[in-house]
Design a protein around this ligand. Structure first.
Ligand SMILES: [Zn+2]
Length: 158
């Protein structure tokens, strides 16, 4: 017959042990995982060093809200910067090696560009289209007048 703990073949007489309140028939090697009935003491199989499953604990890193988010006016800023240079959407698309249709969608605010596209546009126009979430909170807490798009562009260039 098989040992109910390790699953191995029991040679000779199985040993009855109490494991977490139930009787198991085990081999000689596994009898230490429990207590023989009569000598029963609270004993958990989980406490056995050889049967212990080590569950990796997740590192408790305090979550800091410094994630960058694209600013809500990204589409207007991109459009304005493009027009300032006198470029067509096609030209901008070529400059950053993206499709014209993508530029159109970005400028209409239909899609949020991928981070890699954002970076390319930022570098091209020397602007910042992302902001840290924290910054937004601080700014709104001050209760200042909502900056105009021009103001934002100036702030971001610093
Ligand atoms: Zn066993």
């Amino acid at each position: 017959m098989q040992c109910e703990v390790c699953g191995g073949e029991i040679r000779g007489k199985p040993v009855e042990i109490m494991v977490e309140g139930s009787i198991m028939k085990v081999c000689q090697r596994c009898k230490r995982f429990g207590n023989e009935p009569g000598k029963w003491k609270p004993f958990s199989l989980k406490q056995s060093p050889e049967k212990r499953v080590i569950i990796p604990k997740k590192k408790r890193v305090p979550k800091i809200e410094v994630e960058e988010e694209i600013i809500p006016e990204y589409n207007e800023i991109i459009k304005r910067e493009r027009e300032r240079k006198g470029w067509t959407q096609e030209k901008l698309a070529k400059k950053i090696s993206e499709k014209v249709s993508l530029i159109g969608k970005i400028e209409r605010g239909e899609i949020v560009p991928e981070p890699r596209v954002i970076r390319k546009i930022e570098q091209l126009f020397n602007i910042k289209l992302t902001e840290k979430v924290q910054d937004v909170e601080i700014r709104s807490r001050k209760g200042e007048i909502t900056p105009t798009l021009g103001d934002i562009a100036v702030i971001k260039r610093k």
